[in-house]
Write a protein that binds this ligand. Structure first.
Ligand code: ARG
Length: 458
């Protein structure tokens, strides 16, 4: 089959050049968007009298049949075509003859490709949003179960203050909620129709871009024809939002890997989300969590790739822009897989609350609360801090913990100490007293869960 654009040139290209030039391997996934876009275009041409009403109807019916045949498997996409836009038009023309050739009036592949990617990606955003919500639900459910399960909170990966596991999980929920916001924001800017920008300058035909935009569920149209066909900032934005989402998932995955180690034993992943070692029989590896962490780097690469591709391009379309798709599709496919695996991994993990509690008891993480006890009895904070530190040193020396140090030892450091100190430094007390908004107390975690769950319903 000769090239549809043969004319100015013979269209006889080298085989290797054809393979190099072609994008059908990766853009055929947009066949539905391409065909739907063409149907809206045909309808607009007919309604404006640019082609006859009958021709428009013939084109629409023909396009519907091509779509049905691809979807039923009766028609395979011809991988020797340059791209999906050429394939659909070629197939239509094969079926309809000359009428098929009228479809490409008042449009260009440049606006077609910009249209198809936007339509394809906005659907993908909807899917990513739904999958992110699944992760959020799993986080909220585990947080609810463990809103009172005490674990050490860390800074510098050193035990710092007691928190609850629920509180820790809800930190990730807040991050993912912002990710949802970023995706929605990106979708809003993406949802402007470029169709009708044509090659670059608009067209001499009396088209109705608003009509096309509306019938394809866009919020409006790109107001500058050069911009409409030249920018791929919406792909960059989407990949940025996905990169941030991946970063959040990667940090959580890192913690899950750490918590699953024998050194921590805070959680145990379900067998369904782990693998064994081919040589070491005792191993249970957190491969899925590691892959989420690993794939994050690859998604960052997709983002950097497109940013770099676009940075030196003069307006308007340049073939470099064909490089947009593989990266953005890869980022979208990757994040969807990661979200799909993360949600059930969180939902099915076993939490070893006793190990978490034990770790919290061993790190003197109630030393701040001990100092606060003395402050409440009238000692200045710095003096209280010093006594509390000395008592920690004493515990380390005696291989014990603050909770178990006898009262007479306490009294040797300050006669402000009394029996009630034990209640005051109990880990449960330390947690329940952190009542500030957003703190780790149970009512605060409950409020966070309620907030996120409410956001998930809108
Ligand atoms: N396959 C091309 C792409 O993905 C479609 C647009 C081609 N336009 C052109 N003038 N060569 O970017």
């Amino acid at each position: 089959m000769g090239k549809m654009w043969a004319g100015r040139t013979s269209g006889k290209t080298d085989k290797i050049a054809d393979d190099f030039n072609s994008s059908i391997r990766f853009d055929s996934r947009m066949y539905r968007q391409d065909i739907t876009g063409s149907m809206a275009h045909a309808a607009m041409l007919g309604s404006r009298g640019i082609i006859s009403k009958e021709d428009a109807d013939t084109l629409i019916d023909g396009l519907q049949m091509v779509l049905d045949d691809i979807e039923s498997g009766a028609l395979a996409v011809d991988m020797t075509c340059e791209d999906i836009h050429m394939f659909v038009e070629q197939e239509l023309t094969n079926r309809l003859g000359d009428v098929g050739k009228k479809l490409h009036t008042a449009r260009s592949r440049n606006d077609q490709v910009a249209l198809d990617i936007r339509m394809y990606l906005r659907e993908e955003i909807d899917t990513i949003e739904a999958l992110t919500k699944d992760v959020l639900e799993a986080l909220c459910d585990q947080a609810d179960t463990h809103k009172a399960s005490i674990m050490p909170g860390y800074t510098h990966l050193q035990r710092a203050q007691p928190i609850t596991f629920g509180h820790h999980l809800m930190a990730y929920a807040m991050m993912l909620l912002r990710d949802l916001d970023r995706l929605a924001d990106c979708r809003k800017r993406m949802n402007q129709s470029p169709i009708g920008c044509c090659a670059l300058a608009g067209t001499t035909y009396d088209t109705d871009r608003e009509m096309e935009a509306k019938s394809l569920q866009f919020d409006g149209i790109c107001l500058n024809s050069l911009d409409g066909v030249s920018d791929r900032d919406f792909c960059v934005e989407l990949m940025s939002a996905i990169s941030i989402l991946m970063m959040h998932m990667s940090r959580l995955s890192e913690e899950i890997i750490l918590w699953s180690s024998w050194e921590f034993r805070f959680v145990e992943l379900s067998d369904a989300y782990t693998t064994g070692s081919s040589i070491m029989p005792q191993k249970k590896n957190s491969d899925m969590a590691e892959l989420i962490r690993g794939k994050t780097g690859r998604v960052y690469g997709d983002l950097m790739g497109l940013l770099t591709t676009l940075k030196g391009l003069p307006l308007a379309y340049n073939k470099d822009m064909q490089e947009d798709k593989e990266g953005v599709f890869d980022a979208v496919d990757t994040v969807k897989m990661c979200l799909q695996v993360l949600a059930p991994m969180i939902a099915t993990m076993t939490v070893h609350t006793e190990n978490m509690k034990r770790a919290a008891q061993q790190g003197f993480i109630n030393a701040t609360d001990l100092a606060d006890y003395l402050v409440k009895k009238g000692l200045p904070f710095r003096s209280a801090y010093k006594i509390s530190g000395q008592l920690v040193a004493k515990c380390i020396q005696d291989h014990t913990v603050l909770e178990e140090l006898p009262l007479h030892v306490y009294k040797a450091y300050s006669d402000l100490f009394d029996e009630d100190l034990y209640e005051e430094i109990a880990l449960e007390t330390c947690v329940s007293k952190r009542i500030s908004q957003g703190g780790t107390s149970v009512p605060s975690v409950e409020a966070q869960i309620a907030y996120v769950r409410k956001e998930l319903t809108v």
